[in-house]
Design a protein around this ligand. Structure first.
Ligand code: SAH
Length: 264
């Protein structure tokens, strides 16, 4: 028996997952079902999740609201002892702007917790049926973005990130494909042949996948009409589905003993 998730007077930041309403966590779903106020991030939260809310739950879309307005909804409700859910897309810790909300809740003396969610990267990898860490290819995954209205610190410029190589997943950047490609190539590790996959609305019914290389991906993405709500995955790992894995994992190697399995 899993006990009650919510506590009156507390704000729960909940990761809604990438879109498919079944990809919210069990804890997140229970929080939604118990909530008396839900403030959800409109653009990428599946409204089907809101069907789970109680009939008397007050529901607001935060898309047209500023930070102050969101807080004006949540703080008095929590102070009145309501169960409040702030529903964010994917995982709230990534590009979720939750820190400033938590700071304001601290200042107001309101308790809160965070319930994680499935971030878009892992929904995209699942849609592609692609592992992002392959022995002998890449053991590093970088989650980043290009500067938009929100700047990116200079040390994290895409051309600097591209010097690491590895598997990259770019949020909030599909509208700048030409620049993205040229910055990646400046890094000196990725080449015009490096494979790229763009996943639009991963896990939604209208999901689209466009694959290519750094040479042709920008044109393919434009042709597909994708300019938002997509992720750009880059790296040699993406070749494995067509060219096979170069090295099998040690984890399941019959000659490799570890804490949970003896050598055969
Ligand atoms: N907190 C979210 C990210 C919010 S930023 C998360 O963890 O996934 C919004 C950006 O995330 C979008 O512009 C897009 O780049 C990406 N994104 C969110 N959901 C997506 C999905 N289902 N498919 C592809 N990209 C998605």
């Amino acid at each position: 028996m899993i006990e009650k998730t919510t506590i009156p007077g507390e704000v729960l930041f909940v990761g809604a997952g990438p879109g498919d309403p079944e990809l919210i966590t069990l804890k997140g779903l229970k929080a939604l079902q118990q909530a008396e106020l839900v403030v959800y991030a409109g653009s990428l939260v599946n409204p089907a999740l809101l069907d789970e809310c109680r009939d008397d739950c007050v529901i607001h879309d935060s898309a047209p609201l500023n930070l102050g307005q969101v807080l004006e909804l949540m703080i008095p409700a929590a102070q009145a002892g309501k169960r409040v859910v702030r529903l964010h897309t994917g995982d709230p810790a990534l590009y979720g702007a939750i820190q400033e909300q938590m700071e304001a809740l601290d200042a107001a003396g309101v308790n809160y917790r965070v319930i994680p969610g499935v971030t878009a990267t892992f929904a995209a990898a699942a849609s592609l049926k692609q592992e992002l860490t392959l022995p002998g290819v890449s053991q590093t995954l970088v989650l980043t973005r290009m500067a938009g209205r929100t700047p990116v610190p200079a040390t994290e410029d895409l051309r600097n990130i591209a010097r690491i190589g590895g598997s990259l997943c770019l949020y909030l950047s599909v509208g700048m494909m030409d620049k993205l490609v040229s910055e990646l190539l400046v890094g000196g590790i990725f080449t015009p042949q490096t494979p790229v996959a763009v996943v639009y609305r991963a896990s939604w019914p209208d999901e689209k996948i466009v694959e290519g290389s750094l040479t042709d991906i920008a044109a393919k993405v434009e042709q597909a009409g994708i300019s938002r709500q997509a992720l750009v995955l880059v790296g040699e790992v993406l070749k494995a589905r067509t060219q096979g894995v170069p090295e099998k994992s040690k984890l399941y190697d019959a000659d490799f003993a570890h804490g949970y399995r003896d050598k055969l």
